[in-house]
Design a protein around this ligand. Structure first.
Ligand SMILES: [Fe+2]
Length: 268
C-alpha cells in the first residue's frame, strides 16, 4: 500500500494514489521525535494508515501548490490534528482557510529536521518545492522525464526559468519526489521524439521495463533527469543530434524550444 524510504534521521512514506492521474502522496517523519509533515493530502485512507501504523504525530500540512488534487483533505487534517497549514504566500487569494505563508529560502522545522523552501513557479505561480537532505519534493514542477503542464494558472516562461535557472543548478545527487508518476508515459513520448537508430532507445526500453502499472516507478535523481528528461536537455546541441526531426527545434531560441516541446507533449 505504501513504501518507506529510510534515512538516518528521517523516514519518507510514499504511495501511489489509486486514480488515473497517478498522484503520489508523501509523509515525512523525523525519526527522533515521530513528528511528521503531510504533503498535499489527496487520499486520507492511506495517509491515516501511515500515521497509525508508524505512530506519527502530524506537525504540519504542506501544499506544494493549490490545485484541487493537492489540497483535497487540508480541512480534514487541520480539523483532526489542529495542525498548521504551510503554503506559499500567493495562496492567500486561493484558500478560504488560514495558513502560514512560506517563501523562497525559508526553513521549516519538523522535530529535529530542517527543510529548505524553493519557490518553483511555472506550473502555477504559487508552486514551491522542498529540499529535505538529499530529497527534493517537487510537486508538479518536474516529473520523471517530464515537467508539469501550464494549463491551470501556469506560465511557460516561468517554468522554463525554474527548470533552467534553478532546478538544473541543484545537486545532481538529489532524488526527486514528484507529485505524479508519469514516467512510463513520458518515456513513450521521448521514444517517439528520438531517432529510432539512436542507442538511447535501448536505454529507454530498459528504464520502461522497470515501471509498473499499479505501483510506483523507481526513484530517480537530478542527474538522471539531466540525461533523460527532454525538458532539461532541450538547450544542448547533443540532444538535437538524437532527435528524429531536429529541424523542429534547431532555429528556435532555448526558451522557444522548451515551449515547443511542452506543446508537443500536450498534443501527444
Ligand atoms: Fe498541479
Amino acid at each position: 500500500m505504501y513504501h518507506q524510504i529510510s534515512a538516518e534521521t528521517f523516514n519518507i512514506y510514499r504511495f501511489l494514489v489509486p486514480n488515473s492521474d497517478r498522484n503520489i502522496g508523501y509523509v515525512l517523519e523525523c525519526k527522533n521525535t515521530k513528528k511528521c509533515l503531510i504533503f498535499d493530502p489527496l487520499n486520507k485512507d492511506i495517509i491515516d494508515k501511515i500515521l497509525d501504523d508508524n505512530d506519527l504525530k502530524p506537525e504540519y500540512i504542506l501544499n506544494t501548490h493549490a490545485h484541487p488534487d493537492h489540497i483535497k483533505y487540508n480541512s480534514y487534517y487541520l480539523e483532526k490534528f489542529k495542525v498548521k497549514l504551510l503554503a506559499h504566500d500567493m495562496c492567500k487569494d486561493l484558500f478560504e482557510h488560514e495558513f502560514d505563508n512560506i517563501f523562497e529560502n525559508d526553513v521549516i522545522k519538523i522535530g529535529d529536521l530542517k527543510l529548505k523552501v524553493l519557490h518553483t513557479p511555472g506550473h502555477c505561480p504559487e508552486h514551491i518545492s522542498i529540499i529535505a537532505d538529499n530529497y527534493l519534493f517537487c510537486g508538479d514542477t518536474i516529473f520523471n522525464c517530464g515537467v508539469g503542464n501550464v494549463h491551470f494558472r501556469g506560465n511557460i516562461t516561468m517554468l522554463f526559468r525554474t527548470i533552467h535557472h534553478k532546478i538544473k543548478h541543484l545537486s545532481n545527487e538529489l532524488i526527486i519526489l514528484p507529485g505524479h508518476d508519469y514516467l512510463q508515459n513520458n518515456l513513450s513520448f521521448l521514444s517517439n521524439l528520438i531517432n529510432d537508430s539512436d542507442p538511447i532507445i535501448e536505454e529507454l526500453k530498459e528504464i520502461e521495463s522497470q515501471c509498473l502499472d499499479n505501483d510506483l516507478s523507481p526513484l530517480k535523481t537530478i542527474s538522471f533527469e539531466k540525461k533523460y528528461n527532454p525538458f532539461f536537455r532541450i538547450d544542448e546541441l547533443s540532444f538535437l543530434d538524437i532527435l528524429a526531426d531536429p529541424k523542429v527545434f534547431e532555429t528556435l531560441t532555448m526558451e522557444d524550444r522548451f515551449i515547443k516541446l511542452r506543446s508537443l507533449r500536450d498534443k501527444w
